[in-house]
Ligand binder design. Structure first.
Ligand SMILES: CSCCC(=O)C(=O)COP(=O)(O)O
Ligand SMILES: [Zn+2]
Length: 202
């Protein structure tokens, strides 16, 4: 199971790296391995996530600490992943920093949310009605990770979702790696589209 999950997460990491979504060692990814007890594979902290090595991921438990002896450090943002796995049935969490998701988080930051409407791509989130709206909450980029994780947890209620961290990046989650990647790509499409539209409207 663990090897299969490793391969699944490595494949997602490879695809996101091909999109150049891991600039400057940013980003972190995880995939659930077991429910009871909760364990998940998470990216090791501070690595260049474009590289593929045998030390890309480590297994952690429900507290975000390594579940077995290792010299690797879990992602600095593992506590955000912990909130999702502890509160929902999500199976995969993806976090990337892109210029466009940062711009959108800053532009709409004071409103605490960005609402996407009149866009075919919101169907990726299961919203099929003609007047549907897709809302992504935006939280402050608290440097103290437990504080960030607490603010983040206030927006984690469902097995799938997305939260923007202001001038930092986006974290999305889904029932499995396929769904999480679909949501991430749809989020990035919407952010790219809104940035271009805002520029054209000026
Ligand atoms: C220059 S990236 C700053 C830390 C961060 O926001 C991130 O996503 C990567 O941190 P990690 O510990 O997961 O490598
Ligand atoms: Zn980050």
């Amino acid at each position: 199971m663990r090897q299969q999950k490793w391969a699944e997460l490595a494949e997602v990491k490879r695809e996101l790296a091909a999109r150049d979504w891991f600039m400057g060692t940013s980003g972190n990814l995880s995939i659930k391995v077991s429910d009871e007890p909760l364990t998940f594979l998470v990216t090791a902290s501070g690595k260049d996530k474009r590289k593929e090595t045998a030390e890309d991921f480590l297994l952690v438990g429900a507290d975000g600490q390594p579940a077995e002896a290792t010299h690797l450090k879990p992602s600095a943002e593992t506590l955000l992943h912990v909130e999702i796995y502890n509160k929902t049935n999500a199976g995969c969490v993806l976090h990337v920093h892109t210029v466009d998701n940062n711009i959108i988080s800053e532009w709409y930051g004071d409103e605490g949310e960005v609402i996407f409407t009149n866009q075919e791509m919101i169907k990726a989130f299961g919203l099929w009605e003609e007047d549907a709206a897709f809302r992504i909450p935006i939280i402050p980029n608290f440097a103290h990770i437990p504080t960030l994780a607490k603010a983040f947890a206030d927006h984690v209620h469902e097995d799938r979702g997305a939260v923007l961290i202001r001038n930092h990046g986006v974290t999305v989650w889904g029932k499995d790696a396929f769904e999480a990647k679909k949501f991430l790509e749809a989020c990035e499409f919407l952010c790219q589209y809104y940035v271009k539209l805002l520029l054209l409207k000026r």
